[in-house]
Design a protein around this ligand. Sequence first.
Ligand code: PHE
Length: 341
Amino acid sequence: MQKTIKTIETQLHDQLAHATSLKEVEEIRLAVLGKKGSVTQLLAQMKELSLDDKKAVGPLLQELRQAAEVSINKRRDFLVQQEAQAATVKEQLFDVTVGVSKAQRGHLHPYTHIVEEIQRIFLSMGYEIWDGPEVETDFYNFGALNIPQDHPARDMYDTFWTDAAGHLLRTHTSTVQIRAMQERKPPIAGIAPGRTFRHEAVDASHDYQFMQCEGLFIDKNVTVGHLFATAQTFLKALFEKDTLDIRIRPGFFPFVEPGFEIDMRCVFCKNGCSVCKQSTWIEVFPGGMVHPNVLKAGGIDPDQYAGFAFGFGLTRLAMLKYGIDDIRLLYSGKLKFLEQF
Ligand code: PHE
C-alpha cells in the first residue's frame, strides 16, 4: 500500500506538470480524488486493514489526499492566471487600425454626385434649389415658354404624351422657370436639376430619359454679361480649373431672345482630341435672355425686369467630369461601373 501511495504521488505530480488546460486538471482531480479516484478507493480499502496497518497507512493516505488537493489547486490557479495574462496581452496587441476585409458598400450614382456638386456651386452664388413635377401640362412645357400650338419648335422636342389630355412627360426642365416666376417676386435666382424625357432612339450618346439642370436669374438691369460670367464661373468650379475660356455662339430657343450656345475649352487637350472632335471646344451650356413673352407668362413685367435662363444636360457634364464614354452605363445598374464612384 505504501508503494501504491508513492506511485500515485509521483504520477500525480508528473501529470499536473504536463496539464496545460483547466479541463485536464479537472480530469486529473477526478482520477485521484473523485468518487472512483485512486485515493478515494484506497481510503475505502482501509477498513479491511488490520489495526496496525491502519495506523501506519492512515496518516500517509490523509497526507496524500491533502497534498493532492493542494497541488491540484495550485496548478489550477496557475493556469487561470496564465489565461488571464494571455487575454490581457491579446487585448494590448489588438490593433484597431488594422483594415477589415472588404465589405460590399453602397455607392452614390454619378448623377447624384454631379447634382450635389452643381447645387454646391450655385448655392455658393446665392441661388435657390427648386423642384418641379415630371408629368407636366402643355402650358408649362410649351405654351408659357413661347411655344404655342403648331409652333415648329415643338419638333425640337419629341414628346411622350400621356393618356390624360394635355399632359406630357416634361421634355426639359424649363417648365420650372414658369412655376418659379409664378411663386416669387424678383429678384429671383435658382436652379432646378431634374429628370426629363424625350421620345428618342437609344444609342451611345442618346437616351429617352436624361437629367437637366435649369437656371433662372431675374432682376433689374440684368444683361448677357451676367449670363456669360455665370456660365464661366460655374464651369471653372465644376471642372476645378483656375481659368477656362468660353465661346459664345448664337442658338435658337423660343423662350430666350437672344439665345446662345456656350461652349467651353476642352478640358482634356490643347490641340484637339476625340472628346472635342478635334475642335478644342465642347458645347455644354445653352442659355439666353428670358423672352418678354415668358416673363409675362410668369407674371413678371418685362418693362421693369430682365433675366437670363440656361438649361444644360447633366449627362454630358457627368461624362466629361468622370470620363464615361457610353451614356447607357449611367442607367445600367452595373455594379462594376457604379463601384468606381
Ligand atoms: N430647355 C432647353 C432645352 O432643353 C435648354 C435651354 C434652357 C435653353 C434655358 C435656353 C434657356 O433644349
